[in-house]
Design a protein around this ligand. Structure first.
Ligand code: HXC
Length: 520
C-alpha cells in the first residue's frame, strides 16, 4: 500500500521538475528569444537529431553558487541542455546552450554537464555537436566559470583528431568563449543570429575609437569571407542544422571507424566524354573546376567547405562509389587558382582533418604556383605556404591526385604529388609539369637572345612553343614514374574509383615522435 501511494507522489515530483527544466528561463524569456528571431535550445535539439532519439542527460543539475542572488535562480538543468541522440541513425552527442537561463552563461555546473557528454563521446567514439548561444563565462561565479571553460578547452584539444567536433554559433560567442568553437573541426554560423568576437563593439570603441556593429565585427558573413573562422554559413537555423546533419553523413564516428558508406545511384564505371572539352585550349583561359568535381563524384553531390573563403582553393566532401572522400582542388576562375596564404591554410586544415579520420583525399590540380607579391611575402607566404606542404606530406590516408592542367614549381610538389607520398597520380593529356610557366621560363632562359632579336615577339612565340613541346606536358613526368598514367579525361571517375578500391586497406606510418612541428 505504502509503495503504491509513494509512486504517484514521486512521479508527480519528477514530472514537475522535468517541466521546470523544459521551461528553461520561463515563458517571458522564451518569448524574448523568439522575438529576436532565435529558436530555444530544445527546439534546436529537435531539429538536429532524428525524431524521438534524444536522450537528455543531467536535466536536474543546478548551479551551486549562491552569491549575487543566484540562490534565487536555480533552474533545473542550468543554462545548457546536454545529451545524445541519432542523426540518420548514427550516434551523436550534443550540448545546446540555453540563452533563456542567465544568458546561456557558463557556470561550473554548465561546464560539468558539457564535460560529461564530451568524456562519454570520447569513450564510445562519437561526434560532439555544440550549439552555442551564450554570454560567456558566468560573471557571478568568477574563477569557477573560468575553470569550467578551461575544462571544455582541454577536452576540445584531447578530442581533436579522435572524434569529429562541430560548433554551431546561434547567438553570441564572446571573449575567451570563442576558443572552444575555434578548437573544433567545423564552425557553422547563421546570418544575423550568431556572432563571434574576442572583444565586443563597446570595448573596441573604448580602446581604438572604431565604431562597428556586432554583425560587422563578428557576424557570419565576416567570418565566412574574411577571417575564415566560419566554414559554413546559412540564412536560418533550420537550414543550418540540416546542413550539420548532412556533414555528419560524410564523417566517420571516430578515428578508428570507417567513413560511412552510402549506396550510390551513380555507376562507378560512368564515363563522361564532356570532360574532354572542359579545359580550354588557350592556357590562360579559365574554366570552372566545380564542374569537374560535380561530374566526377557520386550523383554530383559535393558539400563544399569554406565556400566563400579563399575561393582559389576548393575543398569539400563527396562520395566515390558510396565512400566519402575529401576533395581538394584549385579553382582556375579565381586568381587563376594560385596558392596564396589563405588558400594554403584552408587546404592544409582540410587535408589534416581528412587524414586524422582516414578519409581519402582526392586532389585535382591546376596550379600556376604560389602567389607572388610584397603583401604575400610580408604576410608570411613562406611559413603559411609550408602548412599545405606539411599537411600533404604528413597525410597517410589514401591520396589520389589528378593533374588536370598546370602544375608549376613548388605548387606541383605540394598538391598531392608522388614526392609527398601520393598513392595514385594520374594526368589528363592537358597536364603540364614544369618549374615555371613557359612564358616566364622563356623570358629567363632566352633573355639575351630576345633582346638581340629583330622580331622579339615572333621569336618569343616560337620559343614558348618549343618549350611547351619539350617540357610543359605530362609525358616526361610519366616516363619517370612520377605520374602513374596519362588518362582520357572521360575515364576520370572510373579510374579514381578503381584507385580508391585498391587503396582501401592502405597502411602507412610516420616515424615515432611525440608530434611534429607544423609551421604555425
Ligand atoms: C551572467 C549573463 C552573462 C554572463 C548575459 N547574462 N551574459 N549573466 N554571466 N556572462 C544575463 C544578463 O544579465 C541577462 O540577465 C540575460 O543574461 C540576458 O542578457 P541580455 O544582456 O539581456 O541579452 P542581450 O541584450 O541579447 O545581450 C547579450 C550579450 C550581453 C551581448 C551576450 O548579455 C553581454 O554582453 N553579456 C556579457 C558578455 C561578456 O562579456 N561575457 C564575458 C566574456 S569573457 P537578466 O536577468 O537581466 O535577463 C568570457 C571568458 C571566457 O567569457 C573564459 C575563457 C577564457
Amino acid at each position: 500500500m505504502r509503495v503504491e501511494k509513494g509512486i504517484p507522489t514521486s512521479l508527480e515530483k519528477l514530472t514537475k521538475m522535468r517541466d521546470q527544466a523544459r521551461a528553461g528561463g520561463g515563458e517571458k524569456r522564451i518569448e524574448q528569444q523568439h522575438a529576436k528571431g532565435k529558436l530555444i535550445a530544445r527546439e534546436r535539439v529537435a531539429l538536429l537529431v532524428d525524431e524521438g532519439s534524444f536522450e537528455e542527460v543531467d536535466p536536474f543539475v543546478v548551479h551551486r553558487a549562491t552569491d549575487f542572488g543566484l540562490d534565487q535562480q536555480k533552474i533545473p538543468g542550468d543554462a545548457v541542455v546536454t545529451g545524445y541522440g541519432r542523426v540518420d541513425g548514427r550516434l551523436v552527442f550534443l550540448f545546446a546552450q540555453d540563452f533563456t537561463v542567465l544568458g546561456g552563461s557558463v557556470s561550473e555546473a554548465v561546464g560539468q554537464k558539457i564535460y560529461k557528454i564530451m568524456d562519454m563521446a570520447m569513450k564510445v567514439g562519437a561526434p560532439v555537436v555544440g550549439l552555442n548561444d551564450s554570454g560567456g563565462a558566468r560573471i557571478q561565479e568568477g574563477v569557477d566559470s573560468l575553470a569550467a571553460y578551461g575544462g571544455i578547452f582541454l577536452r576540445n584539444v584531447l578530442a581533436s583528431g579522435v572524434i569529429p567536433q562541430i560548433s554551431v554559433i546561434l547567438g553570441p560567442a564572446a571573449g575567451g568563449a570563442v576558443y572552444s568553437p575555434a578548437l573544433t573541426d567545423f564552425v557553422f554560423m547563421v546570418k544575423g543570429v550568431g556572432q563571434m568576437y574576442i572583444t565586443g563593439p563597446d570595448v573596441i570603441k573604448a580602446v581604438t575609437g572604431e565604431q562597428v556593429s556586432h554583425e560587422e565585427l563578428g557576424g557570419a558573413e565576416v567570418h565566412a569571407t574574411k577571417s575564415g573562422v566560419a566554414h559554413f554559413v546559412y540564412d536560418n537555423e533550420s537550414a543550418c542544422l540540416q546542413a550539420v546533419r548532412r556533414l555528419l553523413g560524410f564523417l566517420p564516428l571516430n578515428n578508428a571507424d570507417d567513413p560511412p558508406r552510402q549506396e550510390p545511384a551513380d555507376d562507378p564505371e560512368r564515363r563522361d566524354p564532356s570532360l574532354r572539352t572542359l579545359v580550354p585550349e588557350d592556357p590562360v583561359k579559365s574554366y570552372d573546376m566545380l564542374q569537374l568535381v560535380y561530374r566526377v563524384v557520386d550523383d554530383g553531390d559535393f558539400m563544399e567547405v569554406h565556400q566563400q573563403y579563399a575561393q582559389n582553393m576548393l575543398v569539400g566532401f563527396a562520395r566515390m562509389n558510396g565512400s566519402p572522400v575529401g576533395v581538394v582542388a584549385q579553382q582556375p576562375m579565381v586568381l587563376a587558382g594560385v596558392i596564396d596564404i589563405d588558400a594554403s591554410v584552408k587546404g592544409a586544415r582540410f587535408v589534416r582533418f581528412c587524414d586524422a579520420f582516414n578519409i581519402p583525399i582526392v586532389t585535382f590540380v591546376d596550379v600556376p604556383g604560389y602567389m607572388p607579391g610584397l603583401s604575400q611575402e610580408h604576410g608570411g607566404i613562406i611559413k603559411h605556404g609550408a602548412k599545405l606542404l606539411y599537411a600533404y606530406a604528413e597525410a597517410t590516408a589514401p591520396k589520389v591526385t589528378i593533374l588536370v592542367r598546370k602544375a608549376y614549381g613548388g605548387a606541383y610538389i605540394v598538391m598531392g604529388s608522388k614526392h609527398l607520398r601520393g598513392d595514385v597520380n594520374l594526368a589528363w593529356p592537358t597536364g603540364e609539369v614544369a618549374v615555371m610557366g613557359p612564358e616566364g621560363a622563356v623570358n629567363i632562359l632566352y633573355r639575351d637572345l630576345l633582346s638581340k632579336s629583330e622580331e622579339p615577339e615572333e621569336t618569343r612565340k616560337k620559343l614558348i612553343k618549343e618549350f611547351k613541346g619539350k617540357l610543359a606536358n605530362p609525358y616526361i613526368a610519366a616516363t619517370r614514374g612520377y605520374l602513374d598514367d596519362v588518362i582520357d579525361p572521360a575515364e576520370t571517375r572510373p579510374r579514381i574509383v578503381k584507385a580508391l578500391n585498391m587503396l582501401q586497406n592502405k597502411r602507412d606510418t610516420l616515424p615515432p615522435k611525440k608530434h611534429g612541428n607544423i609551421p604555425l
